[in-house]
Design a protein around this ligand. Structure first.
Ligand code: HEM
Length: 521
């Protein structure tokens, strides 16, 4: 023991030297000899993954803003890590994200794998092989189709009515204010759980309307650390639940929610075993006991899925559908109410379209979609506040790829982001300006070009499965809140700086940002 310790003491300078030489040679290789050496970009990004960790882990979700600065400095194609290229020219989006099934770019396991955490059960979002994903998704698509959303529209109608009544309760008091930030997250929890599980978690009935989305945010802040140091993932799995709850009290609601999902899986399995027909099939029925069609019956993954997969997919669905939609509703309300002109114009169109006296139960998605300015407001909000604004890394397939004259070998990671697409100054002049008329422009070709660049829900087979539901929620909540009061206003303490976005896959506001509240007057 004494001998090995003194040996260590005597050789440590040599060990340090070896380490330094090793790191330097990796840095020199990455910067000057790697196949990506000729791609412009910040020096430290080319040699290390730490600059991304710095933006995401230390500065907390700032990478989307750093990307803007780096693109302005180095051009439309930049190297943002030793193995990742970020592109900003919109014409590449289709190639990377809407590819044909067989030659497709696939999701980067180093980015998506750690999101599975210690459970390591691939969910739709994190599955890597596109073929396997396609099969899993095929079974779930009908459940979230437009037809299905229209069939279950009453859920959105009822929950929106509850939101308006809650707002009424607060706003009718003298000096009353409505915490629409938390209320909309509670709304989206209640809609997705009723829609997918036929069992609402009733977050709108809670006194504080919160807990779930805060826990998801806390989980997501670990992602950049896990992506940079994957060996941290199993260590995280060893931390007992009570320690997590002590560190992050909101984790209590997260663990409760996991238990509820687990119970639902068990109940549905029991009903299936007993031959009990449900009043309405839920995603659990779809995943546990799929209704197989001629085209799907022979596909291995359309057979019964293991409980762990059903559980993980359900958890993922709920997590994906809450903050994204809640934040978009809030941003739309903020932008409309912050501009008297936009508010006046939208109210006028809504008053013409919606029956008087205004009742949420009289609304229908199909009628709401016919209000052009409302559609403009929603699309413009999805542009400025995409729920998933950051880089979505994909791996170059075996055939390799060429972008902007550079050729990339298979295995290179390439990414684009909704944020930079939506801030392209050629397609969206004055990109920071909220201007719903971009989408109501009589020049249909110009609108079409803008629509091609609006990628809030992604594209291709890996796009958002929940977009029809999300759009329905957006139409109902924005229309009903704006139509209900002529004197609704943003709380005077709230400012545009509070709407700044940060990103951990989903978008959030910086921790110190104030939460949106509404008042009358
Ligand atoms: C405004 C609201 C929303 C936005 C902007 C949004 C955006 C997105 C985007 C961009 C993706 C692709 C992510 C990637 O490529 O890694 C995605 C995937 C996904 N979203 Fe949404 N989403 C929204 C609402 C919802 C809702 C309401 C649900 C619930 C049903 C949902 C469930 C999912 C799921 C399960 C995936 C993974 C799909 C797959 O990989 O097959 N999202 N979403």
């Amino acid at each position: 023991m004494a001998l090995s310790f003194s040996l260590l003491i005597s050789i440590w300078p040599l060990l340090v030297e070896v380490c330094v030489i090793y790191c330097l040679s990796i840095a020199v290789y990455r910067r000057y000899f790697s196949p990506l050496a000729s791609i412009p970009g910040p020096f430290f990004n080319a040699i290390s993954y730490l600059p991304i960790l710095y933006q995401q882990g230390i500065l907390e979700g700032q990478l989307l803003h750093a990307l803007e600065i780096w693109h302005a400095q180095y051009g439309p194609i930049i190297r943002i890590s030793p193995n990742e290229i970020h592109l900003s020219s919109p014409e590449h989006y289709e190639t990377i994200y809407s590819n044909s099934l067989r030659t497709s770019f696939y999701k980067d396991p180093a980015f998506y794998g750690p999101m599975e955490g210690p459970i390591k059960t691939p969910v739709m979002l994190t599955m890597i092989p596109n073929e396997e994903h396609r099969v899993r998704r095929m079974g779930m698509n009908p459940f979230f189709s437009r037809r299905s959303v229209l069939g279950l529209e009453q859920i959105v109608r009822d929950k929106t009515e509850k939101l308006v009544k809650m707002a009424e309760q607060f706003l009718s008091q003298k000096g009353g204010e409505f915490d629409v930030h938390r209320a909309t997250r509670a709304l989206t929890v209640d809609i997705i759980t009723e829609y997918a599980y036929a069992k609402s978690w009733n977050y709108m009935d809670l006194a504080d309307w919160q807990g779930y989305q805060e826990a998801i945010r806390a989980v997501q802040t670990f992602f950049p650390w896990f992506q940079t140091f994957p060996s941290l993932v199993p260590v995280f799995g060893l931390v007992p639940d009570w320690v997590m709850v002590k560190l992050y009290p909101h984790f209590g609601k997260w663990f409760d929610s996991l238990e509820v999902v687990q119970q639902s899986v068990a109940e549905v399995k029991r009903d299936i075993a007993l031959g009990i027909k449900p009043p309405r099939r839920t995603i659990f029925h779809e995943l546990i006991d799929p209704e197989l069609s001629e085209t799907t019956k022979d596909l291995p993954s359309r057979q019964k899925l293991p409980d762990a997969v059903v559980f993980a997919d359900a958890v993922n669905l709920t997590g994906a559908g809450v903050e994204t939609t809640g934040a978009t509703i809030c941003r739309a309300l903020y932008e409309v109410l912050d501009s008297p002109e936009i508010a006046r114009k939208l109210r006028k169109e809504l008053k013409t379209a919606l029956p008087d006296p205004f009742i949420v139960q009289n609304m229908s998605l199909i009628e709401l979609e016919k209000v052009p300015y409302l559609t403009g407001v929603i699309k413009e909000t999805l542009r400025l506040s995409p729920g998933v604004p950051g880089h979505l890394p994909r791996v170059v397939p075996s055939a390799g790829a060429t972008f902007d004259g550079y050729t990339f070998p298979p295995g290179t990671v390439v990414s684009m982001s909704a944020w930079s697409m939506h801030h392209n100054t050629e397609i969206f002049p004055s990109p920071d300006k909220f201007d719903p008329t971009r989408w109501t422009d009589p020049d249909v070709d110009a609108v079409h070009a803008r629509e091609k660049c609006l990628v809030s829900f992604g594209r291709g087979t890996r796009n958002c499965i929940g977009q029809n539901l999300a759009m329905c929620e957006l139409y109902y909540s924005v229309a009903s809140m704006i139509r209900r009061w002529d004197d609704l206003k943003v709380h005077p303490d709230f400012g545009r700086e509070d709407m700044k976005l940060v990103e951990f896959l989903l978008s959030y506001h910086p921790k110190k940002a104030r939460k949106l509240k509404l008042v009358r007057g």
